[in-house]
Ligand binder design. Structure first.
Ligand code: TPP
Ligand code: MG
Length: 755
C-alpha cells in the first residue's frame, strides 16, 4: 500500500478536507520520483504478477476518477444550491472492480458509496454517460434517468441497478430474494428477464453489517445454502472501519464473517487495484459457479467524511485525518499508473483535470435542466392505476384447463358447490389465482402442508407442489424480502404474514422498500406483490393482543399501498382478483387483510342460519378498486359505515335498531381501506339522516377518522354522527378483549344517542 510521503501530508492542515484530498493527488503525481518504465501492452498485466491487465487498469482508473470528481464537484456546487447531496464515494472507488468483474445484467443493490461501481458498470452498454446521469441525479432534475429527480440515488434500468433508499441494510433481504428467485425461476418454468446464471450483487458498509436487517439476510442465505438450495448473492461489505463517527472494532468484520458456515468469505483489498482484482475475481467466480451466498469483505477507507456536512476536523485529530487521507486509494492508483509506465505525470494530471472539467460541465448543464415543479409530477409514479386494464385483467378467465386441474375436475369447481364461508372461499380464490398465473408463488410460515394456522391455504401445496407453495424460515423481514426478489424477477409473489401484529416486525420491507420502488425509480422498476395478512380481533378462545391486533394505521399511511379487507368469502374472491390484477397491470404493492374471526363464520343472525355463506363468484367477476358493498341501499334513517368484523355486527345491530327505533338502516362495507374512496363515502353519506361510523380499529389513527374526514370535507358535517370504535389500548386476553373492541350493544347504544 502506497502512502503519502509525510512532508506533503504535513503541509495540509486546513479545514476543507475535500480541497486537500484533491491537492494531495496532484502533488503526489507532481512529486513522483519513481523510474519511468515502458508501458505494458493492453492485455499484459498492469504490474508484474497482477491479474489486472493494462487496459482494464486504464478503465478502472478512469472510473475511479469520475467517482472522485463527482464527489468533489458536489462539495463545491452544494453551497451554490446546484447540487443537493454530498454523501460521497471517496475512498471506496475500488468497488469499480466488482462492477468490472460482473455483468450489467447481474441485478445490483448498491451502497450509497458506489460511484466507482456505477462509472464502471456504465461501460457495459454503449452510448451511456455516467457523468451526465449522475449530475442530473445530484441536481434533483426531472431528467435524472434513475429517479426522475426524486432522490440522489444510484440506479439504472438498462444497467440493472435497482435504486435504493437511504435506509441502511434494508436492501439485503430483497437482494437475497432476487438471488433465490433467479434459480427458482427454472423450477417453475418461468423465463427470467436476465441470463439464467446471473447473480445478485448487494453492497453495504461495515457498520451496516451489524444491522438486524442485514443479519437476517445473512442468516437466511446460509439457511438456504445449508439445504443445498441455490442463493447466488454476492454480499459486498465495503469496510472503511467507521459508520458516521463510530469506529468498527478493528478486525470485527473479518472475525464476524470469516467462519460462518454456508456464507463463503472472501477478502479483497479495495484500496489497490493491482492487488485486489484477483481477489474480487475469485469471489465473483465462486458465487456464479457454486450459486452459494458469498461474502466479499472489501477493504476501503472513507475520505472526506461521512457527507459534506460532516466536518471531521471538528471531532477527529488532524493527525488521524492526515493518516486516513494518506491511504487514499487514488494515490495508490496514481502510483500504479506511473510505476507501470502507462501514464506520464503530465498525462495523468491531464486525465485528472479533464475528468474534473467533465464533471463540472455536466453539473452546470444539469442545473439548467427542469426540476419537479408540480405535485402531480412528483406523485405520478407512486401509485399508477389504469382502471380499464385492471378490470379486464381481473375479469380475464382464459385459464379453464388450468383451473380444472387445480380443483380436480368440473364437479369440484367452487362455483358448482354450495355457498361457503370466508376461509374456504379465500382458499378457493387462491387456487384460481395460482391456476391463472403460473408465475405466482405462495409462501410464508406454515402455509404449505399444514395450510396455515387457520388452514386457509390447505390444498394449495398439493395442487401446486413445493415449487410454488412453500414454507419459509420464521422471519417476516425475509418473507417480504423474498417477495420483492421474486417480483424483481417477474414472478407474482403472494407472501403470507401469519398475524397482523407480526407485520410490524417487518413493516419497513413494505413501507421503506416495496412501496417506494416505483416512486424512487420513476416507475422503471416495479415489485408487484399481494401480501396476505391474517388480521383483526374478536377471536374467541384464542386471544391476546398478538393474535387480535386491530390496528391497521401502520398500513394505511404507507404511500401507494393498496389495502383491502373483505368481510365475506365472495368479496374475498373478487377482491383478490382485483389485487392481483393491480399487481400485474400497474405493479402495485397490495395488502389483503383477512379477518380471522370471520374465517369460520357461517351464520349471521341465528345459529345455523348459514346466512354468512355465499356462492363462489365464477372467474370473470371482479370488484372495482374503491367500490364498497351496500346493504339496504334505500334506507336513510341511519347509515353505518364499517368494514371487516363490523359488517356482520352492524347488520345484526341494524335489526335491533329497526325494531327499537323504527329506523331503516343502511350498512356500508367500505371493503377498501387504502386508499379510502372519499367520493363513495360522500355519496353514501349525502342523503343520510344520521351517520354511524363503526371502526373495529383503535380510536386514534383508525379508519373511522378517515371516514369522518371524508364526510366533513364533503360538506356533510352537519349530519348527526356517532363513532363506535376500539379503545386506544392493546387487546387483552380472554373475555376482557371484548371490553376494548366495539360490540353490537355499543352500536345499538350509539344509535339511541342519535335518536
Ligand atoms: C436504519 C438506519 N439507521 C440509521 C441510519 C443513519 N446512517 C446513515 S449511514 C450510517 C452509517 C453507516 O455506516 P457504514 O455501514 O459503515 O457505511 P459507510 O457510511 O461507512 O460507508 C448511519 C448510522 C440509516 N441510514 N438507516
Ligand atoms: Mg463504514
Amino acid at each position: 500500500m502506497t502512502t503519502m510521503p509525510a512532508p506533503i501530508a504535513a503541509r495540509h492542515k486546513g479545514f476543507n478536507r475535500a480541497e486537500i484530498v484533491d491537492q494531495n493527488f496532484t502533488e503526489f503525481v507532481g512529486e513522483w520520483r519513481g523510474e519511468v518504465r515502458t508501458a505494458p501492452r493492453g492485455d499484459a498485466p498492469v504490474l508484474p504478477g497482477s491479474a489486472l491487465d493494462a487496459q482494464g487498469f486504464r478503465e478502472l482508473l478512469e472510473s475511479q476518477l469520475i467517482s472522485r470528481h463527482l464527489d468533489l464537484m458536489a462539495r463545491v456546487l452544494r453551497v451554490q444550491n446546484k447540487v443537493f447531496y454530498t454523501i460521497g464515494s471517496s475512498g471506496h472507488e475500488g468497488n469499480a472492480m466488482v462492477a468490472r468483474l460482473t455483468r450489467h445484467t447481474d441485478p445490483a443493490f448498491l451502497h450509497y458509496r458506489s460511484g466507482g461501481f456505477m462509472a464502471e458498470r456504465f461501460r457495459k452498454l454503449p452510448g451511456m454517460d455516467p457523468v451526465m446521469d449522475s449530475a442530473l441525479s445530484f441536481a434533483a432534475s426531472k431528467d435524472d434517468p434513475a429517479s426522475g429527480g426524486r432522490h440522489k440515488v444510484w440506479g439504472s434500468k438498462p444497467l440493472w441497478v435497482l435504486p435504493q433508499t437511504s435506509t441502511i441494510a434494508s436492501h439485503l433481504p430483497k437482494a437475497l430474494g432476487t438471488a433465490i428467485a433467479i434459480d427458482h425461476a427454472r423450477r417453475i418454468g418461468h423465463s427470467l428477464p436476465i441470463p439464467d446464471d446471473s447473480i445478485a450483487i448487494c453492497s453495504f458498509g461495515d457498520a451496516s453489517s451489524n444491522h438486524a436487517t442485514a443479519q437476517t439476510a445473512f442468516n437466511a442465505a446460509a439457511w438456504t445454502a445449508y439445504q443445498k438450495l441455490p442463493a447466488p448473492v454476492l454480499f459486498v461489505c465495503e469496510d472503511n472501519g467507521i459508520g458516521i463517527s463510530v469506529k468498527t472494532p478493528t478486525g470485527w468484520v473479518a472475525s464476524n464473517f470469516q467462519s460462518r458456515s454456508n456464507l463463503d468469505y472472501f477478502y479483497a483489498d479495495g484500496l489497490d487495484l493491482a492487488e485486489g482484482y484477483a481477489q474480487v475475481q475469485r469471489a465473483v467466480e465462486h458465487c456464479r459457479s457454486t450459486r452459494r451466498p458469498t461474502f466479499l469483505h472489501l477493504r476501503t477507507t472513507r475520505i472526506m467524511g461521512h457527507a459534506g456536512t460532516d466536518f471531521e476536523i471538528e471531532w477527529r485529530s488532524i493527525e488521524e485525518l492526515v493518516a486516513v487521507e494518506a491511504g487514499d486509494p487514488l494515490l495508490r492508483s496514481a502510483a500504479i499508473a506511473l510505476e507501470s509506465g502507462l501514464y506520464s505525470k503530465d498525462a495523468l494530471l491531464e486525465l485528472n483535470e479533464s475528468i474534473r472539467r467533465r464533471c463540472f460541465a455536466a453539473a452546470e448543464e444539469a442545473d439548467r435542466r427542469p426540476k419537479l415543479e408540480r405535485l402531480d409530477d412528483v406523485m405520478a409514479p407512486l401509485a399508477p392505476y389504469t382502471p380499464a386494464k385492471v378490470k379486464a385483467e381481473a375479469e380475464r378467465a382464459d385459464y379453464a384447463d388450468a383451473r380444472l386441474k387445480a380443483f380436480g375436475g368440473a364437479d369440484k369447481l367452487p362455483e358448482n358447490q354450495p355457498p361457503r364461508h370466508l376461509a374456504i372461499q379465500i382458499g378457493q380464490a387462491l387456487h384460481d389465482i395460482m391456476a391463472k398465473y403460473p408465475e405466482s408463488l405462495l409462501f410464508g410460515e406454515d402455509v404449505a402442508q399444514k395450510g396455515g394456522v387457520y388452514t386457509v391455504t390447505k390444498g394449495l401445496h398439493k395442487a401446486f407442489r413445493n415449487t410454488r407453495v412453500f414454507n419459509t424460515l420464521l422471519d417476516e423481514t425475509i418473507i417480504l424480502g423474498l417477495a420483492q426478489g421474486y417480483a424483481n424477477m417477474g414472478m407474482l409473489p403472494i407472501p403470507e404474514i401469519q398475524y397482523l401484529a407480526y407485520f410490524h416486525n417487518a413493516g419497513d420491507q413494505i413501507r421503506g422498500e416495496a412501496a417506494s420502488l416505483q416512486f424512487f425509480s420513476n416507475d422503471q422498476y416495479r415489485n408487484p406483490l399481494v401480501m396476505r395478512v391474517a388480521s383483526l380481533g374478536y377471536q374467541r378462545g384464542f386471544g391476546g393482543h398478538f393474535h387480535n391486533d386491530n390496528s391497521i394505521a401502520a398500513l394505511r399511511d404507507i404511500p401507494g399501498l393498496v389495502v383491502g379487507c373483505p368481510s365475506r368469502g365472495d368479496d374475498a374472491a373478487t377482491m383478490l382478483r382485483t389485487l392481483t390484477a393491480l399487481a400485474k397491470v400497474d405493479g402495485r404493492v397490495c395488502a389483503f387483510l383477512e379477518p380471522i374471526a370471520l374465517y369460520m363464520t357461517k351464520d349471521l343472525y341465528e345459529a345455523g342460519d348459514g346466512a354468512w355463506q355465499f356462492a363462489y363468484p365464477a372467474p370473470g367477476e371482479a370488484m372495482t378498486l374503491g367500490e364498497g358493498r351496500v346493504y339496504n341501499e334505500k334506507a336513510k334513517d341511519l347509515v353505518v359505515f364499517t368494514f371487516g368484523n363490523g359488517v356482520p355486527m352492524a347488520l345484526r345491530a341494524a335489526r335491533t335498531i329497526e325494531a327499537e327505533l323504527k329506523w331503516k338502516v343502511r350498512v356500508v362495507d367500505l371493503r377498501w381501506l387504502a386508499p379510502l374512496n372519499d367520493a363513495f363515502i360522500a355519496a353514501q353519506a349525502k342523503n343520510a339522516k344520521r351517520i354511524l361510523v363503526l371502526d373495529e380499529g383503535r380510536k386514534s389513527a383508525g379508519v373511522g377518522e378517515g371516514v369522518i374526514t371524508a364526510i366533513v370535507e364533503a360538506g356533510l358535517g352537519a349530519t348527526p354522527l356517532q363513532r363506535v370504535v376500539g379503545a386506544d389500548t392493546f387487546t387483552p386476553l380472554a373475555g376482557a378483549a371484548f371490553l376494548v373492541l366495539p360490540g353490537e350493544a355499543d352500536v345499538v347504544a350509539a344509535a339511541h344517542k342519535l335518536a
